[in-house]
Design a protein around this ligand. Structure first.
Ligand code: SAT
Ligand code: MN
Length: 586
């Protein structure tokens, strides 16, 4: 064991205990330095874990290919191990803590023989933030080490924030033989601990992200009076220089990264959108009664397919250097490609599985959930506030999902309780970000279905309770970029044009835009919504995108009931009451 680079006794004790269990040949204490990065990269190249990409085109960029069955989050293998099943609730896979520890420690025993155990100290959030948290991840994956360097503030900064105490997340990741039957992502919120086995996929193994920042984070937030949410955070600067901060919760692979990096269309070019975060928000009431948010992460783990100069130029700039790509396709000259990067695919590629690929076949060249992992500081539209320990005051919270029918482009909740209801009944078609069927409608409350670390009914209760701590709460909205017309064409052009929706939302929070009362909430009237300079989109098209079909909504309200039935034991009665009101208004 190389000498530890911290004197924290709790850290040293725990690493010794885990090294005793996993029996690696070597323990490597990461310090986060540039020299360390260079030597670990060399090691990853030598071992074939990473490939070096064309350094002229993509300086500092590397490529990783995963095993074919390990390409997305495994929700059915994700466990919440609270003392009682009621604490985990009916929307989680519960497992008993003692038995699960025993089983997983059994799997990990001797599991790192012949390998190196890397000790990764990391900080989630800006140094000095009251919301920031320290984690320690022990892993035998160099891919994880190099990705955690990008996604978190990794290295000595974490030990400095931790000081001499024991308050850090204990994350153990063992690759083992990567067999699906031994794949577990087990959370022990009461111990602030996670064990992940037999996977090397981001959401399963970058333990600061979904595991600590959302599942364990939400459990702690419930106890401590704050919110850990699956939300982007953006800053919208108006032509007069006024900055409004907005969060938005969409399920995985529904455009959070694109919305967080939005480039306004020419007509609204005087607005500046900047990214505070693209995936996770930790939010706490401030002394002034507003809700303050930080982005706990330091990088973007985004979906590659569909990303291009038109859909997201800021993402393209972010991933032009110092990025790790996973499961995209390769060009003969060491560049990367994915579906939607260019209109025409290159004539020949190596696909994400390493096989020769030419256009015209049925299989995509890049995996639909192929990813980039890029440092936040690469983003030309990065908000300086992302490093502010105080966080940013949130004026609007947007919920939304991917729905081809029924759900209008935008509406505003009547009040906080109604807003919690529209968040709680959020729904979306499933995507490739999780294993399982794609395109099936499922209820995904607040985009947190796979990430809430405790009972969903109590989570709703917690949301309702937060209102009492906020004298100036964010206004709540719902959006759906994905509605289609009868011919199956998207009604709304999306991407940069989403600025028009955002502008209405921002103006509403400042009391500047009008709205009409509709059964679902407040909606923009034709004069409140800026359509100037839009091609192929007019007031009639807007009316179609905003249509509320009463028959469709009767069915929708019935399926809200299905969710509520499942959560019945802990469902706040306020939400059942909101459903009654909705049905009455319809
Ligand atoms: O879970 S990941 O972080 O890999 C991406 C997502 O599903 O949101
Ligand atoms: Mn996500």
């Amino acid at each position: 064991m190389i000498k530890p680079n911290t004197s924290n006794p709790a850290v040293i004790g725990w690493v010794e205990e885990m090294a005793g269990l996993c029996q690696p040949d070597r323990v490597f204490w990461c310090d986060g330095s540039e020299a360390e990065k260079a030597s670990l990269l060399e090691e990853a190249l030598t071992q074939g874990i990473l490939l070096r990409l064309n350094q002229k085109k993509l300086p500092g960029c590397y490529y990783h290919r995963s095993t074919a069955d390990d390409v997305a989050r495994s929700e059915d293998r994700t466990l919440i191990c609270t003392p009682t099943p009621e604490e985990a609730g009916p929307a989680n896979n519960w497992a008993a803590p003692a038995e699960t520890y025993q089983k997983l420690k059994g799997l990990c025993a001797g599991g790192m023989r012949g390998r190196t155990l890397y000790v990764i100290p990391y900080l989630m959030g800006p140094p000095g933030s009251p919301l920031a948290k320290v984690g320690l991840e022990l892993t035998d994956s160099l891919y994880v080490v190099l990705s955690m360097r990008i996604m978190t503030r990794m290295g000595q900064v974490a030990y400095r924030e931790l000081g001499s105490g024991p308050d850090f997340n204990r994350g153990l990741h063992c690759m083992l033989k990567m067999e699906a039957r031994h794949r577990y992502i087990a959370h022990f919120p009461q111990d602030n601990a996670v064990i992940s086995t037999s996977s090397n996929y981001g959401g399963n193994v970058l333990l600061g992200k979904k595991c600590l920042a959302l599942r364990i984070g939400s459990w702690q937030a419930n106890k401590q009076g704050w919110l850990a949410e699956h939300m982007l955070i953006l800053s919208a600067e108006s032509p007069t220089g006024e900055k409004t901060f907005v969060t938005a919760a969409f399920p995985s692979s529904c455009g959070k990264t694109n919305f967080a990096m939005l480039v306004p269309p020419p007509h609204l070019a005087a607005w500046k959108i900047r990214t505070v975060g693209d995936d996770i928000a930790w939010m706490k009431p401030g002394a002034d009664g507003r809700l303050y948010a930080i982005n706990p992460e330091a990088g973007y783990f985004g979906v590659a397919p569909g990303t291009n100069e038109r859909t997201n130029p800021n993402a393209m700039a972010s991933i032009a250097r110092d990025t790790i790509y996973t499961n995209v396709a390769l060009t003969p000259d060491g560049d990367v490609w994915w579906e939607g990067k260019t209109d025409e695919p290159p004539a020949e590629l190596t696909d994400w599985r390493g096989r020769p690929w030419t256009p015209g076949g049925n299989e995509p060249a890049a995996h639909p959930n192929s990813r980039f992992c890029a440092p936040m500081k690469n983003n030309p539209a990065g908000a300086p506030e992302a490093d502010d320990p105080k966080g940013v005051p949130i004026s609007a919270i947007i919920f939304g999902g991917r729905r081809g029918t029924t759900i209008p482009l935008v509406y505003q909740a009547f009040n906080w309780i109604h807003g919690v209801y529209i968040g709680a009944t959020m729904s979306s078609e499933t995507t490739a970000a999780a294993t399982g069927e794609v395109g099936k409608i499922r209820r995904d409350p607040m985009g947190m279905l796979p990430f809430c670390g405790y009972n969903m009914g109590q989570y709703f209760q917690h949301w309702l309770r937060m209102r009492k701590k906020l004298t100036n709460p964010p206004r709540i909205f719902y959006v759906n970029w994905f509605r289609r017309d009868k011919e199956g064409k998207f009604l709304w052009p999306g991407f940069g044009e989403n600025m028009r929706v955002l502008k209405w939302i921002v103006d509403r929070t400042h009391g500047r835009a009008d709205a009409w009362e509709a059964p679902l909430g407040w909606v923009p009237g034709p004069r409140d919504f800026d359509l100037d300079g839009m091609k192929d989109f007019d007031a009639a098209r807007l009316a179609q995108a905003q249509e509320i079909d009463v028959e469709d909504w009767r069915r929708e309200a019935l399926s809200h009931d299905e969710l509520f039935f499942k959560l019945y034991a802990d469902l706040p009665k306020e939400l059942a009451f909101q459903r009654e009101l909705l049905v009455a208004r319809l």
